[in-house]
Structure formats: C-alpha cells, structure tokens
Design a protein around this ligand. Structure first.
Ligand code: FE2
Length: 191
C-alpha cells in the first residue's frame, strides 16, 4: 500500500518549495488517489513505470521524469525572473511546482503492467489520455482551475488553447525530456 508519506518522500525537495500548505497537501492527495485508481501497490512499482509508452525511455522512469520536468520548469521560470527587469507575466511558483508534480498524474491510470514484465496502455488509458484523466481526478479532488489547466493542456491537448504561464513552462520542460528520446530513436540526435 502506497502511503501519503511515500508520496511526500518521492517529491520531498519539490513539495518543500510549495508555500501554500493546503495546496501542498492536495498535490499529495491527488497523487495518492491516482496510485489507488491505477492499482499501484508500492514505491518500487512506481519507480519501474516508464515515463511514456510512445518511445524507448532508455530506463528513465516516471518518477525521475516528473522530478526533472518540475525542476526544469522551475529553472525556466527562475531564468526569466533573474534576468528580466520586468517579467511581463507574473509566474506563480506554487502553481508551477504543483502543476509539475501533477502534470502526468493521469499516467497512473493510463499505463498498466502487461503481465510479462512490460507495460501497456490500460482500458482507461484508451478511453482518456493522461492529460484528460489527470485533470478529471484533480478536479474531483478540488484542485484549483489553473493547475487543472496545466494538467489538461501540458501536451497536445493544449495546442492552440488558452494556457496559464505555468502550463507553458511545464510544456517546454516536458518536451525537453521527450523530444531528444524520440530523436535518438530515429537517429536524428547528433552525437
Ligand atoms: Fe510529462
């Protein structure tokens, strides 16, 4: 059984940076509910999930990806805050970090073990891609609309749609981890 303390342990460094205690708690609760809904039983289970089924992740797991995207988005925000005299759009770090930790929470329902050591798309995943299922879960649990915008619009579902600035940053950090793997597979990444 995955506990609240397990989730807090996995995302400790990032959760600490969320100033709003109620939001921090809600992020953990949504993750925990995702684990329950997806049927994941242990932290080791979570550490074995590939972060995507769309390309060879070269061993990068779902938790590592979520941490890298969250840290990457924080760095993108910080780079603008540090270097612009006037940041033209206020960036809400609490929302950004919550959105980073939760952007792929729907993958807990979208991916399942295939019974022979691998992973496949679940029935729920075929019915709704992870941005949609993650947003539904977060909405059910009372997450604010802006973080829901990040979950639902961080991938192709967000193309051409209105987005909060935090969604834009999470999207860029997300694809910075995904595109190089796709290019590597195609032989398009120059080494
Ligand atoms: Fe992602």
């Amino acid at each position: 059984m995955i506990s609240k303390a397990d989730i807090e342990g996995l995302f400790k460094k990032q959760l600490k940076k969320i100033g709003d205690a109620a939001l921090r708690d809600k992020v953990v609760d949504v993750w925990l509910a995702g684990c329950e809904r997806g049927g994941w039983k242990s932290v080791d289970d979570l550490l074995n999930i590939p972060f995507t089924l769309l390309t060879d992740t070269k061993g990068v797991n779902f938790i590592e990806h979520t941490l890298a995207v969250t840290d990457g988005a924080i760095a993108l925000a910080q780079a603008q805050i540090d270097n612009y005299k006037n940041v033209p759009y206020p960036i809400d770090m609490d929302r950004l970090i919550a959105g980073g930790i939760l952007h792929d929470v729907g993958k807990l329902m979208e991916i399942e073990p295939d019974g022979s050591g691998g992973y496949r798309k679940s029935h729920a995943g075929r019915c709704a891609r992870h941005p949609i299922s993650g947003a539904i879960l977060a909405g059910e649990m009372g997450m604010n609309d802006e973080v829901i915008n990040t979950i639902i619009c961080h991938a192709k579902e967000g193309d051409g749609r209105p987005q909060v600035i935090e969604t834009v940053l999470i999207h860029q950090a997300d694809f910075a981890t995904f595109n190089p793997l796709v290019m590597l597979k195609k032989g398009d990444l120059i080494q």
